[in-house]
Design a protein around this ligand. Sequence first.
Ligand code: SF4
Ligand code: SF4
Length: 172
Amino acid sequence: MSAKRRPAEDVPPGRAALQRHVLEVQRTIRTCTGCGLCCTEPWNSMTILPREADRIVAHLRRLPAARRDALLERARRAVQRWRLRRARGLPHYTCGFLEPDMSCALPFDVKPVACLSFNPLTPDRCDQEPEWFARAGEEVEAEQRAAGGEARRRPIPVAVLDAWSRATRPGG
Ligand code: SF4
Ligand code: SF4
């Protein structure tokens, strides 16, 4: 990952605890092999709140323009290919932030908490860790309530493109 980490004080406590948990899982159970399964269509149906999309957009704005534009274009293509704006329920899709080498384009302290909560549980099985998702997710929900606005969870590419529009509209 080429992006620099932001200062620790920018990471809220629930997310910071989850990040420590992920590192501990990787140390004690198994390092994510980067197989990419959890980010691709058969498995992935991640959704995020606008506040998490804002966090991703703040990161995108710090990237060189060419890199940022390429990631936004990949998000647009994912929305088109899997018809994510019209989809009901939890549509499956391959995330636009998944790199060709199956790594995530987002740094650790920017990744959605749902993604951070999906981990190797045993040496041969990965899955969502609902307790960890609930803890860090509650923090995001509280941030969302404090910020106001629409609080609907959307597939990651949709939420990011909407957040990008909000952030870049005149006066935004
Ligand atoms: S968390 Fe598991 S399924 Fe996801 S990329 Fe890593 S090894 Fe693969
Ligand atoms: S944001 Fe990263 S970890 Fe999450 S689904 Fe997309 S590629 Fe996977």
